[in-house]
Design a binder for this molecule. Structure first.
Ligand code: FAD
Length: 406
């Protein structure tokens, strides 16, 4: 088993002068080839991976249906459109790779999207507060934010119209039986569904908690991966202030640790809005610290921390706040696989079983990058390619050999 972790990889990449931009991109190939699969596919879950998988199957003319436990599609990229005058992403917020990723997801040269993205420039400031000292530097952030829209809006505009009638909501799958020719799924009300092949996009934490029974049991390698995976908790909050006193990003001594991360940031960055919204992003132990607080204690804690850095201005200009606790979402129950997980976990989780069960999702991938919307979309491509017998994506081994050859 390799001991390489994503952090190791990212460090190695920067030493080599590479970036995640090098990660293999999706190859555009879609028409079902000769001998292509012609049966029915069931997809469990309508998050980024499930919607992408359905969309790619639709492009190939393959019959499919998506069974979603929640009353709405989207999974971990839900949006609040009432807190302020632009969409607030409660889960996924940034695009962590090049903007061409959106075209890769659309995967259709005849479609031109009008999604606006904004990055960070040297004029944007990152602040760091530690030991009563506040330091600033120009932002080195390469992430992109959606202007006036979100990951959810992107999928709703460009993916959902193709697959909407194939999504069935309020269907929570609790049993997956692949012991015979067909795969049989059972939902929590006893409803049954069957297909030749099934793509599972249920979040890691739900499988880890044993909510879904597999017959026969999952192969030992996959069970080991599930047992060892550390899935970080997730919590976000958004604060409105009547003045803008905070930088693009504000980090503290505990902002990036082995157990989790947290960051305060300008959620209004690049928006056509005069509202001043500060986001609080946290995963892992840092999220759990916030989750343990009452709403009032959370508010006081964030304001006190900001008051200390900015001489009391936070309390004076506070307007309102809202929170999103991902551990309380019954069909997510966490944020995502920890950043520094060993690579073998997501690779093992991505492996198909008996040419019948395929896995797609942010943490089910052979790439050395996981836990983002783009990785969920790429994993869907991997699963669909494998399901229809095409190999459109570079394998992990091939990717490593590219790296070592440079
Ligand atoms: C706080 C937070 C911040 C984030 N920030 C970013 C970011 O800035 N950029 C980024 O790229 N990514 C970010 N992410 C990660 C990103 O949101 C996820 O990686 C991605 O959305 C996961 O997509 P998915 O399809 O794998 O899983 P999900 O979106 O979780 O989809 C799984 C679907 O399966 C459904 N489901 C679950 N159980 C069952 C069942 N038993 N039966 C049927 N359906 C079921 C769920 O309801 C859900 O719709 C963030 C996540 C969090 C929590």
């Amino acid at each position: 088993m390799t001991k390489l972790t994503r952090r190791d990889f990212l460090r190695m990449s920067s030493v080599l002068g590479l970036s995640t931009a090098l990660a293999p991109t999706l190859t555009a190939c879609d028409a079902a080839g000769e001998g292509a699969f012609e049966g029915k596919v069931l997809i469990i879950g309508a998050g980024a991976a499930g919607m992408s998988a359905g969309y790619l199957l639709a492009q190939r003319g393959i019959d499919f249906e998506i069974l979603e436990a929640n009353s709405i599609y989207g999974g971990r990229f839900r949006v609040n459109k009432t807190f302020t005058d632009f969409p607030i992403p409660l889960g996924a917020e940034w695009l962590h790779v090049e903007p061409e990723m959106l075209d890769e997801i659309i995967n259709d040269d005849s479609v031109e999207h009008n999604i606006e993205l904004v990055g960070y420039t040297q004029d944007d400031v990152t602040g760091y507060y530690d030991d009563r000292e506040y330091l600033t530097q120009p932002s080195g952030d390469s992430d992109l934010k959606f202007i006036g829209s979100s990951w959810f809006d992107f999928y709703e505009t460009y993916v959902i119209p193709t697959i909407q009638e194939k999504i069935r909501t309020n269907i929570e799958i609790v049993e997956i039986d692949y012991s015979e020719g067909q795969v049989w799924l059972t939902d929590k009300n006893g409803g049954e569904y069957s297909a030749e092949k099934v793509i599972i996009t249920i979040p890691l934490k739900i499988l880890q908690d044993g909510d879904v029974e597999f017959t026969p049991a999952l192969p030992q390698g996959k069970q080991d991966a599930l047992d060892e995976a550390v899935v970080w908790s997730g919590f976000k909050a958004f604060f409105e202030f009547s003045e803008k006193f905070f930088p693009s990003a504000l980090a503290f001594a505990d902002s990036d640790t082995a157990d989790g991360q947290r960051l305060l940031y300008d959620a209004s960055h690049g928006q056509r809005s005069d509202r001043h919204i500060l986001g609080v992003f946290s995963v892992g132990a840092q999220a759990e610290a916030y989750q343990a607080m009452s709403d009032e204690a959370l508010k006081n804690s964030v304001l006190a921390e900001l008051d200390e850095v900015f001489d009391g201005i936070a309390s004076q200009t506070y307007v309102k706040h809202m929170t999103q606790n991902w551990n309380n979402e019954p069909y997510a129950r966490a944020a995502y696989l920890e950043d520094n997980a060993p690579v073998w976990i997501s690779r093992e989780m991505a492996k198909s079983i008996e040419d019948k069960l395929y896995f797609a999702g942010a943490s089910y991938t052979s790439f050395i990058d996981w836990s983002s919307v783009h990785t969920a979309a790429r994993s869907a491509r991997e699963a669909v390619d494998e399901l229809v017998g095409q190999t459109g994506s570079l394998s992990f081994t091939a990717f490593l050999s590219i790296l070592s050859a440079r």
